[in-house]
Design a protein around this ligand. Structure first.
Ligand code: MF3
Ligand code: CO
Ligand code: CO
Length: 282
């Protein structure tokens, strides 16, 4: 099946929802605290999403019960918010997907991994490798490049740093459909796969493990953990291919507290930040 090419009007719709999802992540980041529960994060996302006129895409999606995914430490993705408290030293990925307009609208999908208080050198290692993996993946995106170039750039970097790349979950096409073609692997060979064309819209969301890449699905049928229970980190942006390269639709207007405000965070020019004049008024 062919990969959808978005019209300029559709890209504008993606730009609007992308900004809303990015602002939701910023809103939650400002309110993170040691000792809060992942349900507290869900409450924040739920309220802010509705106040923005959006719908939380995950709520009721294939039976997912919450408005955000919260994935702590060895949880790779799709963690379900609960009474679990965040302890100092934990890392948590918060994955927000907003839909706007709420009915029949576009999807904006973005996530980041946060440091809850001071974290171990290993936690910082896997988180920073994941952060830079996304930057390197985004840097591949331009007309004429191949989808495999993205995964190759990520895999060669992350494995070169002694980490591994999750195979069982990938990025995805996104527009008025949450998960469409293409599947965007974060591993693979350069020069293979479909050619990228302006108007294609998809996520890049590398899940990077400190140990082996194998994962297990817990009995709740959602929570994905590393099989060896080592730490896992992830960052995600929604992007559109442009004539010049790409546009990061979920780019943030300022750094994320608890994640991008530390000295170790290497921020790429592509996803962070909006030029000051384009940043949302707040
Ligand atoms: N936001 C996730 C992604 O990046 C999907 C979450 S679906 C859920 O694709 F059901 F687990 F919430
Ligand atoms: Co996604
Ligand atoms: Co997501």
């Amino acid at each position: 099946m062919a990969i959808k090419i978005l019209t300029p009007a559709e890209i504008e719709g993606m730009r609007v929802v992308g900004r809303m999802a990015a602002d939701t992540l910023l809103h939650v980041a400002d309110r993170l605290e040691v000792g809060m529960s992942t349900q507290d994060i869900d409450d924040l996302v739920h309220a802010f999403t509705l106040a923005s006129g959006c719908r939380p895409a995950t709520l009721g999606y294939r039976g997912f019960p919450k408005s955000v995914c919260t994935s702590v430490n060895e949880v790779v993705c799709h963690g379900i918010p609960s009474g679990q408290r965040l302890n100092a030293g934990d890392i948590v990925n918060i994955d927000v997907t907003s839909v706007f307009p709420a009915e029949g609208g576009f999807f904006g999908d973005t996530s980041a991994t946060f440091y809850i208080g001071g974290c171990s050198a290993l936690a910082r290692h896997v988180t920073e490798i994941a952060r830079w993996s996304l930057e390197l993946g985004i840097a591949q995106v331009k007309p004429g490049a191949r989808l495999g170039d993205i995964g190759h750039a990520i895999q060669s970097y992350a494995e070169g740093k002694g980490c591994s790349v999750v195979r069982d979950y990938t990025g995805h096409g996104i527009h008025r459909v949450f998960h469409d073609e293409p599947s965007v692997p974060h591993y693979g060979r350069a020069g293979v796969g479909p050619k990228l064309k302006p108007g294609m819209c998809f996520t890049i969301e590398p899940m990077i493990n400190l140990g082996e890449y194998a994962v297990d699905l817990l009995s709740d049928k959602w929570t994905v953990v590393t099989r060896d229970r080592t730490l896992s980190a992830q960052f995600e942006h929604t992007i559109v291919v442009t004539e010049e390269g790409c546009e990061v639709l979920t780019r943030r207007g300022r750094p994320l507290r608890w994640s991008e405000d530390g000295p170790g965070a290497r921020l790429g020019p592509l996803s962070c930040f909006l030029p000051a004049e384009a940043a949302p008024a707040r």
